[in-house]
Design a protein around this ligand. Sequence first.
Ligand code: ADP
Length: 225
Amino acid sequence: MPILIARSISKSYTDTQKRVEVLKGVDFEVAQGESVAIVGPSGAGKSTLLHVLGGLDTPDQGQVILAGADVYKMNDVDRSRIRSREVGFVFQFYHLFPELTALENVFFPMMVVTGGMRQMNDVRIRAKVALEQVGLSGRLDHKPNQLSGGEQQRVAIARAMINEPRILLCDEPTGNLDSKTGEAIIETLMALHQGEERTIIIVTHDEAIAKRCSRTVYIKDGVLE
Ligand code: ADP
């Protein structure tokens, strides 16, 4: 049973009165433990597809089965629950809160869903472990403006890992970094994939990153080739 199945996904946006069909009947399956690159030109629909796959953006038509659950048939609460348990997102721009430390940035999203003090302590410990996993145990109390771009992306990866999701969805994770830093980030992502048999899907322009993955799918004008 694949961990992720997308069937006949269509999605359009209406932009200044013009309707743009972004995804046109996409079928896609990913087995547990696979690494897949999604490659295609700018505007092809890569980010939209990634968001639809991860339960962030409802398609106009089609079905996404994530870890056995039909995500767009669920109510919002159940969908956000399965998303937070099964999926970690890493974006090109790290989306960190500037006023929070690295540690706080990693555990803050969990505070929203976690009650009591005991659970909070547990979340703090998990956040520290996640930051250790990405090589940032020496930067727990640094704020984003005291961290390099690569370190900020590591904080974002730790945040994505806090629930130890089985799937990591990455949207141009090195797009804002120089090539050497980008390579180190890919190493980190691949270690989280290989060491734990975690599924990873990476949207990228970069063929060198695609080569690191076990499979590459190409998308053009909203169609997988
Ligand atoms: P890619 O990631 O391949 O660059 P995207 O999925 O970001 O492509 O976007 C595909 C197309 O959909 C683009 O033409 C983009 O302008 C359009 N698009 C994406 N999101 C929206 C939105 N929220 N509203 C209107 N148009 C959008």
